[in-house]
Design a binder for this molecule. Structure first.
Ligand code: ZN
Length: 240
């Protein structure tokens, strides 16, 4: 039986001499894995469809749970990401996030759209790629059930000013009075910058780096996952 799905390649491993098994995040079926044949041979027609970042309408032949890619029409390869090492890492963070957190066969139209939008912003706009990445990570964390809470002090609800403490257990921010044992103080400007990104305001490049560090810390401690490419990007920015 044939099946057509819109999807983006978020990862893959070599299989046999010239085949690959791809992880494709699809709009209609969530994450699926599929074999693609012969893509390591010279001149393979479907080679493009086996590359990370390939966003295409895939045609699969399907028997039981097994899918094999038999055709693909390209929508976007986000090719120019490869011309800028920082943007390339930012794009790779988006793919790694999806690969780590999107479970097989769970449909999430919202996360799919966030993914494509973030890659378009990072690739094609002149805006700071870090801004697009922070926005993606905050919204995507919410989508997978690890939302950060920005409504004010997590305990008393007061509007936070001057000093702010972050507790990764709650994904919440606390005032000086209410801070818990697990809290660590963060720069007020980091908190303000996260809010700024959510509200579509301008944020300084330096502060965006601080936002990324906070999110990296949160992901490592709450869902206890490492987004390796995010750590690598932060290393590249010479900040960690
Ligand atoms: Zn409080």
């Amino acid at each position: 039986m044939e099946e057509k799905l819109s999807g983006i390649v978020v990862g893959g491993v070599n299989y046999g001499e010239s085949d690959k098994i791809l992880n494709i995040f699809t709009l209609e079926q969530g994450m699926v894995s599929a074999k693609i044949k012969g893509v390591k041979k010279a001149g393979a027609k479907l080679k493009f469809a086996s590359e990370p970042f390939c966003f295409a309408e895939y045609v699969f032949s399907k028997s039981g749970d097994r899918r094999t890619v038999i055709g693909a029409s390209l929508i976007d390869s986000f090719y120019s990401l490869r011309e800028d090492v920082y943007k390339f890492y930012a794009g790779s963070v988006v793919l790694e996030f999806v690969r780590k957190f999107q479970k097989e066969n769970i449909v999430s139209e919202k996360l799919f759209n966030l993914t494509i939008e973030a890659l378009k912003d990072i690739t094609y706009t002149d805006a700071d790629y870090k801004y697009s990445l922070v926005k993606f990570l905050v919204l995507a964390l919410e989508e997978i059930g690890y939302a950060l809470d920005f409504t004010g002090c997590f305990e008393c609800g007061c509007k936070l000013k001057d000093r702010v403490f972050f507790d990764y257990n709650f994904g919440g921010f606390f005032c000086d009075e209410c801070k818990t044992d697990h809290c660590r103080e963060i720069n007020f400007s980091t908190y303000q910058s996260l809010l700024g990104v959510i509200n579509g305001e301008q944020v300084l490049s330096n502060n965006l780096v601080k936002c990324l560090r906070l999110i990296n810390f949160y992901v490592e401690n709450k869902p206890e996952e490492k987004i390796k490419t995010l750590t690598e990007l932060l290393n590249l920015l010479n900040i960690v």
